[in-house]
Design a protein around this ligand. Structure first.
Ligand code: ZN
Length: 265
């Protein structure tokens, strides 16, 4: 196992648990964190002893989203070509790799699950949330981009609620997320890890190849409805939104500042 610096990889019997592990930065998804998460997922997939994967976050929050301080420092002046290369690999392809993971996956969510964090959590098959969890994608308000790179929102929360969340930039609580079927279970914060692990262990009891085939069929249900083409089309549109006057003004004013303003919505 490599020496990861931004994630932790645990195995508990037949379950692999991957943690965002930058709690001091609200688990902001830096380049290294995303590279490590993808690497760890690949190892969990390759290990025949692993039959279910949990994706969680250390500390008080699942993830506040992409690391925008790093983005401002390293990628503010990216050309179209450079941004495309970066975002198609680390945001789009990594996310879809999680969606297509041949083993069942569960997001274990507490506190903030925002923007890029929302995208990653919703690539998982199931979501278990603690009562304090909240979900938001405020970037159209704060950064003037068209949502995040992977527009999974309408597929997991319904078009009506997705529009409300994205148009307002406001939070969806764990209770609301549960009511609309975006979250499978809501549990007290101190029970989150145990309840998620119990669910993962139950799933891990099933014959793994049957699970793999079942997941393919379930995901193909959405493919027949156009999931993949819709996601690809949105990625292109999202790239366009990075080149607008509106985005440029916010970038020049400082993305981190824009995010501060967006907090507490
Ligand atoms: Zn982007």
């Amino acid at each position: 196992m490599p020496d990861y610096t931004c994630i932790e990889f645990e195995t508990i019997g037949a379950v692999a648990r991957l943690w965002h592990a930058r709690p001091e930065a609200r688990n902001a998804e830096s380049q290294t964190l995303l590279d490590e998460l993808d690497d760890a997922l690949g190892r969990a997939v390759a290990d025949d002893a692993i039959r279910a994967v949990i994706v969680g976050g250390r500390g008080d929050h699942f993830s506040a989203g992409h690391d925008l301080k790093e983005a401002q420092a390293k990628r503010a002046n990216f050309t179209v070509e450079q941004r495309w290369a970066y975002e198609s690999r680390r945001y789009y392809d990594y996310a879809l790799r999680l969606w297509d993971c041949p083993k069942p996956t569960i997001a274990q969510v507490q506190g903030a699950c925002i923007a890029g964090g929302f995208m990653v959590a919703n690539m998982c098959d199931l979501v278990v949330a603690s009562e304090d969890a909240f979900f938001a994608d405020p970037v159209s308000h704060t950064l003037a981009t068209a949502a995040v790179e992977v527009l999974i929102h309408p597929w997991v929360m319904g078009l009506r609620k997705a529009k409300e969340m994205l148009y307002t930039g406001q939070r969806v609580t764990a209770a609301e997320a549960h009511a609309i079927g975006m979250v499978n279970r809501v549990v007290p914060r101190d029970r989150l890890e145990e309840e998620t692990l119990t669910l993962a262990r139950r799933i891990a009891e099933a014959p793994p190849f049957a699970m793999r085939l079942l997941k393919r069929s379930l995901n193909r249900t959405l493919d027949t409805q156009g999931l993949r083409i819709a996601l690809q089309a949105h990625f292109d549109t999202h790239q366009l939104s990075h080149m607008t006057e509106e985005f440029g003004q916010r970038r020049d004013a400082g993305m981190a500042k824009a995010i501060e303003k967006g907090k507490g919505r």
